[in-house]
Design a protein around this ligand. Sequence first.
Ligand code: GTP
Ligand code: MG
Length: 439
Amino acid sequence: MFEELIEKLDTSIRNIRGIGKITEKNISEPLRMMRRALLEADVNYKVAKDFIQAVKEKALGTEVAPKVSPGQQLVKIVYDELTGLLGGTNSPLREGNIPPSVIMVVGLQGSGKTTFAGKLGFYLKKRGKNPLLASVDIYRPAALKQLEITGKSSGIPVYTEESDDAVEIAKRAVEKARKESFDTLILDTAGRLHVDNEMMEELKKLKDVLKPAEILFVADSMTGQDAVKSAEAFLEQVDFTGVVLSKMDGDSRGGAALSVKSVTGKQIKFVSNGEKPQDLEPFYPERMASRILGMGDIVTFVEKAQEAVDLKKSERLAKKLKRNRFTLEDFYDQLAQVKKMGPIDQLLGMIPGAGKQIKGMQVDEKAFVQIEAIINSMTIEERQNPSIIGGSRRKRIAAGSGTTVQDVNRLLKQFKMMQKMVKQMSRYRSNMIPGGIPM
Ligand SMILES: Nc1nc2c(ncn2[C@@H]2O[C@H](COP(=O)(O)OP(=O)(O)OP(=O)(O)O)[C@@H](O)[C@H]2O)c(=O)[nH]1
Ligand SMILES: [Mg+2]
């Protein structure tokens, strides 16, 4: 599923990952490649264009979080946009107030309606529901037989009736469902080669009479952009509530599917990817985006770093580091941020070369409170320029913070160590990690 898109996007994603700094110039070529990959994978032209534009604007308007490389940040932005394009979050099936909930299945001829109706029955039954299938395809006698076979292989009862009035059949199917305590009625409708008035009128009538909880439009993903066009036509006429992408197991380019949500505004609810009853998946935009980009790990990493670190403070710190002005206040801020991120030793492990230098420096809860008290007892001048803190000042600070001179000494020593380390790290890391150092 989406194989071709995944393959096409792979190179441009790798290029994006390698970006050293997010500037208009740096990102324009990789984004152009990405746009081309989307178009080649059959994504609607306007959708691709808007997508790239949105990524670009976000990229230029977002600060890169510390500990995250600009490339990783950009991948995260692409992921977020893609998730949005696919519908944001999973949208479960709606249920009606009074059973049975009616689910109408609509779409062009051969799009996969009958197959999907059977699979949906199977899916619901596995989740403890008690569905009934019915066909209102009055135009092809073979259609009833087909649904009966489908129902049998899925283990779902089927209501059929030979009549030339679709609405009457549907009413009686609802009646049967109600009487026999089926909680869901899946109604398979007739397809046409092209959207025509007679067909739409019939669907509208069914909709008025049945008040379905869901009208699912089955889009044959093999037909590419045509599926998107017919979706638009159906939307205008019957205003369906959700989309099913069928035949996603085929060698379709899949890109059309990416456009459906954005063109119709309706959520993709299921992906149908085979002919067996179990070949049906509920659609999860986030998981799909992750699969398409193959980048789930980076996304989680960037999210974690963004949550934990105060961007503004890190930015200020980065500036200070450039001017070699790392003060005790910054020291305190950094400790506070590090604490927010989780167990210290785990974090130290993530900083190459840093672990050994800070070893022995205890940052437990109590020590932290003490450090705060000591720093609070200093004058602004002392915090910004600790070298002026001689013996008598140390005594005063110890007394003011309820600690001992030894405690103050230890803190000043730790600070000096940190300052030295920061200087070293900023020398070889500040170019790689815009926004600051990891601690
Ligand atoms: N590979 C694959 N084939 C599918 C899938 N869904 C349906 N098909 C096949 O596509 C063909 C048409 O499927 P149907 O379910 O009969 O389509 P329909 O929309 O009910 O067709 P009409 O009732 O004639 O409008 C059949 O040969 C199905 O086996 C799918 O997800 N994957
Ligand atoms: Mg059918």
